[in-house]
Design a protein around this ligand. Sequence first.
Ligand SMILES: *Cc1c(COP(=O)(O)O)cnc(C)c1O
Length: 275
Amino acid sequence: MIETLGRGHDLRVVAPEEVEDAITGDVAVVMLTEVDYRTGRMHDMARLTRKAHENGALAVWDLAHSAGALPVDLSGAGADFAVGCTYKFLNGGPGAPAFIYVAPRHAGTVRPALSGWLGHAAPFAFEQGYRAGEGIARMRVGTPPVLALASLEAALDIWDGVDMADLRARSVALSERFITAVEAACPMLALASPRDPARRGSQVSFRFAHGYEAIQACIAQGVVGDFRAPDIMRFGITPLYLDETDIDRAAGIIARVMRDKLWDNDAYRQRGAVT
Ligand SMILES: *Cc1c(COP(=O)(O)O)cnc(C)c1O
């Protein structure tokens, strides 16, 4: 992607703990996923955005594992841009549309990377030249996926009655309960998520050398987690529809999978395209 700019920029990928020190005066854009998809480790959006701005850089946030999982305050943090998906914690369903955020201060000047017809100032005039639409409207690329938006709209209706602070409190309580139960029963699993809930999103991950097989075995027993290479077993905690009973049952099933080595089975070693 960076080559498409054609200005000789470098792409620097640094470890999550090293991001803050890597934001120096020669950085143009800081692009971060707020909640790490492997470990659930959460960056401090306000602090890193401030550091980016102090160094003359823009801050772009990926909210794939934040939206619907925890309170997000883009304008409070001063973020420049953000993107995210609606099919994870927002429950829009497979293939639900992505979203983009542009700070109002940029909306009138930003040049869309994809200058699609529906983002044109006069989409139905079919002019030969491109004129960007007014403000955020220019970020629309093409015809909206209306069927997918219809199911997303139904999913979003539920959020009208949800206070994100309540949701976060439930997420933390359920996550803590899950960690306590799994650690007590499964000494072979090492917590890969931050132990401090304030530094964690709404997921809990454990490391286990046979994590792929173990997740397959959990799925076969009704606990649907994800495997992320090389050894991460990831469990999403979704308080909109999970409660203590679900958490306890899930922890009990994981305990059985681990204690009885149910994962040690050829059927679970077959790698699928989706993990
Ligand atoms: C799921 C996810 C996305 C969403 O990507 P799509 O192309 O919308 O499916 C983006 N970033 C991260 C880190 C994700 O986990």
